[in-house]
Structures are given as C-alpha cells and as structure tokens.
Design a protein around this ligand. Structure first.
Ligand code: G6P
Ligand code: MN
Length: 441
C-alpha cells in the first residue's frame, strides 16, 4: 500500500507554527509526512503562515501536499495526527488575563492564578468542540494537545471524553527544564532519565539518572544553588523568561528536597511575584512586540521574495523539534521517556484517582505508560490537593455554569486566597470574557 501520513496543525496561524514547520523539514526521514494541513478559525492569521508553509515545502520537501484551510472537513478527514495549539481570544485576551488580576494586587500570568482560570474557561469550549469534530471524521487519529492551561484542558477533556485513549496532553516545559539541567551539568540531555511528579505547571523532579544509574539531582541542586539557573536556550529568551528561570534558585534554596518546575514560583511566592511584575507591560506585550512581529513579518517577506534567503522566522528552533519528537515517539513506537499528563488512577497513591497528574512515562504507539510514584509527603500532598481542587472546580464551573464553583476555585487558588478579592476579580473576568464564557449563575 502506498505510504500515507496526514498531519493537521490546529492553530495553524499560531506564532509557534513556523517553528514546527521548519522542524518538519528536519524530521522528514523519521516522520515522513505526506500531507500537511494548517487549520485555523482566523483566516487572516492563517494566510501568511500557510503561504510560508507552501514555500518552505516547495523548496525542501516538494513531495508533501501542503494546504491551509478554515474547513473542518479538509482538516480532519482521514487524518493520522492532529496537533492542537489554539489560543482562544488570542494575545489580546492573554494581555487581559495578565493585567486584570494585577489591578487587585494579584499576580497576572498566562496559565497560573486568575489569568489561567479565565483562559481555562475560554479554552474548554473550543477544545471540546475540536475533539468532537476530529472524532466525527477520524476515529483513530492521535490528538496531541498543547493548548493551555493544559492542566485544566486535560482535566476537562478527561471528564468529557473518559474513554478516548488517543488524546495526549503534553507540555514542553519539562523538556525545556531537562535541557537546561543537562546544560548546567554539562551532559547530553538524551542521557538523562528523569523522575517527576505533580500536575501540569505544578510539579517536581525527584531524580535525574544518568546512563550509569547515578542520580545527578543532588549535584544539580548544588549547581543551581551555587551558579543560579538559566534556560538552555538563554540567548534566545526574552528578559522575563530569564527572571523566571532565575527564581528556581530561591525555590531550591527554600525547599531543597526536589527541583521544582519554574511555574511553582507563582504559587510559592505569590506576593513577591506580584510585586515584581510590571502591570503595564506583561509577557503578552513582550510576545506581541517580539515573536508575533517577527513571525508574521518574516513569513510575509519570504513569500514576497519567493525564497528563504536571509529569512529567520523563529528565534528558537528547539521548540519545533520537541513537538515533532513527541509525534515520532508514537509513530515509531520509540518508548522514550516523556513527562506527560495522565489520569492518576493510583499513580500518585495518595491523590484522587480522577486527578490528571503529570509524571514520567514511556511514550510509544499505544500511548503513554506511566511510572508509579508511590505516595507523596505531606507538604507536596497539601499543595497538590489544593491545586487539584482549584482545577477541578474551574472545570465544574464551566460544565455546570456555576458561579459558586468559580468563586470557590479562585478562593482556593494560592495566588488569590481571599474570597472577597476572588469575587471582585471573578466579576471583572465575567465582564471581560463575555462571548467566550458560558453564563455563570
Ligand atoms: C512554556 C510553557 C507553555 C507556555 C509557554 C509560554 O513553553 O510550557 O505552556 O505557553 O511557555 O511561552 P511564551 O513565550 O508565549 O510566554
Ligand atoms: Mn506548558
């Protein structure tokens, strides 16, 4: 039979898409796509990136059929992999998510705190619709989901589609961190075997084995304490990301048992973080002024000169390689280590079964095979139970249209904690998310 591999990128007009397209070219031998479809509900954002895609493949892999579309039928018919990276409301809504909480003295962040809560409720509706649409056309397609806030999206999808075993929820941050650990330890990232537990953007590395079975985590903690912490791709990072990585040193200093995800700083130091963020210029502004301008102008320039000479669509090519390596692990049944979101069901013994936890898994063609972690100790259990309850109540607020559950969720969130403040922020978010959120009563 003729070889066929159709892949669709949902959110084809995303600033992340050109980096993924470039990676497809580098991975043609290992992930030999025959048809690539870019799908976006926003035709205006899709067109320049779609045209860039067609130019890129015409020059480097002309055998691949590349199209861009706003039609679900074209996107989802007989597809093998659907990569989903949507942002409901776009960067203008991310800017609101980050700025509104700061008016009330609470930190503003894309996926954490009230910003992540608002974004979560926006994402759920679109994500559920996408899964239903994909399944109408392609029962067996792998849906690789990167849409944020991934913890809330993954929990909501698991509630809505409990029997669907081909939705993979995965985040690139654990891989970013392993690459950064490898650099600090001066060892190849591929040689490291991590153990990790938590929820998405809320977890800890407990061990980091090398190929001789030696645990390098104690050495890593010493290095972080002595030298600080930088992303592996520091030269390509904006200042706010360097600040975020730098604070890992404080977390390791304060709680030196494990090495935390960068995102824990928002929950561990909520007041400090709120005092350090600039309420007038947030990460959304940095992205709109940086990545977004570069991506769209470079795509347009490439298309108008009809060549890739002197074109730099993305600052950082590593992200695209990461995304493709995940699809490859499934396609080639690699059984490689990845840190993935999966339904708990006893993996972290003393957390609820229905929690969607993030743990080390082997990833192959039958999906993720998680490693059990056993019980977690009291400090971590308390933090995780609290965050799980917040995420679950956020999803239930969405499914049930419940104002009370939304208020409970925000009150539980460690970045908020005060119910009067939670109510003020909630009421404001309801106003600002009209048209995106269900009615909460
Ligand atoms: C990391 C996280 C993603 C998040 C992204 C934001 O990669 O894992 O979940 O969306 O950072 O990056 P940005 O450059 O848009 O701030
Ligand atoms: Mn993430």
């Amino acid at each position: 039979m003729e070889h066929k591999l159709k892949i669709t990128i949902v959110g084809g007009g995303s600033t992340w898409t050109p980096g993924i397209l470039n990676a497809f070219i580098r991975h043609m031998n290992t992930l030999p796509v025959t048809e690539l479809v870019l799908f976006d509900s926003n035709a205006e954002r899709q067109a320049p990136i779609g045209e860039y895609a067609q130019l890129l493949f015409r020059l480097h892999a002309p055998e691949v059929k590349v199209t861009y579309t706003t039609s679900k039928d074209a996107a989802y018919d007989s597809v093998d992999f659907v990569m989903v990276q949507i942002r409901t409301g776009g960067y203008p809504m991310r800017e609101k998510d980050e700025k509104i909480p700061m008016e009330y003295g609470v930190l503003g962040q894309e996926t954490c705190g009230p910003g992540g809560f608002a974004y979560g409720i926006r994402s759920l509706k679109d994500m559920i619709e996408i899964v239903k649409d994909v399944r109408k056309h392609s029962k067996n397609a792998w849906i690789l989901n990167y849409t944020n806030p991934a913890a809330i999206v993954a929990y909501g999808l698991q509630r809505e589609f409990p029997d669907d075993k081909r939705i993979l929820n995965i985040c690139d941050q654990p891989i970013n961190l392993i690459n950064s650990f490898a650099k600090l330890l001066d060892v190849p990232a591929e040689s490291l075997e991590p153990t990790y537990f938590g929820l998405n953007h809320f977890g800890w590395f407990t061990h980091l084995y090398n190929q001789n079975g030696q645990d390098l985590l104690p050495l890593l903690k010493e290095r972080i304490k002595d030298k600080g912490f930088l992303p592996a791709d520091a030269a390509e990072r904006d200042p706010s990301w360097l600040d975020t990585y730098a604070l890992v040193q404080d977390m390791v200093h304060d709680f030196d048992e494990y090495v935390p995800s960068t995102y824990l700083q928002y929950y561990i130091y909520p007041e400090y973080k709120a005092s350090k963020l600039n309420p007038d210029y947030t990460r959304a502004n940095e992205v709109m002024d940086g990545r977004e301008k570069q991506v769209f102008s470079e795509c347009r320039r490439a298309v108008s000169q009809n060549s890739l000479d002197g074109i730099h669509v993305v600052k950082n090519e590593a992200h695209g390689d990461m995304i493709l390596s995940i699809a490859e692990a499934i396609y080639l049944n690699k059984n490689a280590y990845y840190i993935i979101m999966v339904k708990n069901e006893g993996i972290i013994e003393n957390l609820p079964d229905d929690a969607v936890v993030e743990v080390t898994c082997l990833l192959g063609s039958r999906g993720p095979k998680p490693f059990h972690t056993g019980p977690v100790s009291v400090f971590y259990k308390a933090l995780l139970e609290n965050q799980y309850a917040y995420e679950r109540l956020t999803c239930e607020a969405y499914f049930e249209g419940s104002y009370t559950k939304a208020l409970q969720a925000l009150t539980l969130n460690r970045t908020v904690t005060d119910a009067k403040k939670a109510r003020k922020i909630l009421d404001r978010l309801i106003e600002e998310n009209k048209g995106y959120w269900p009615k909460l009563t």
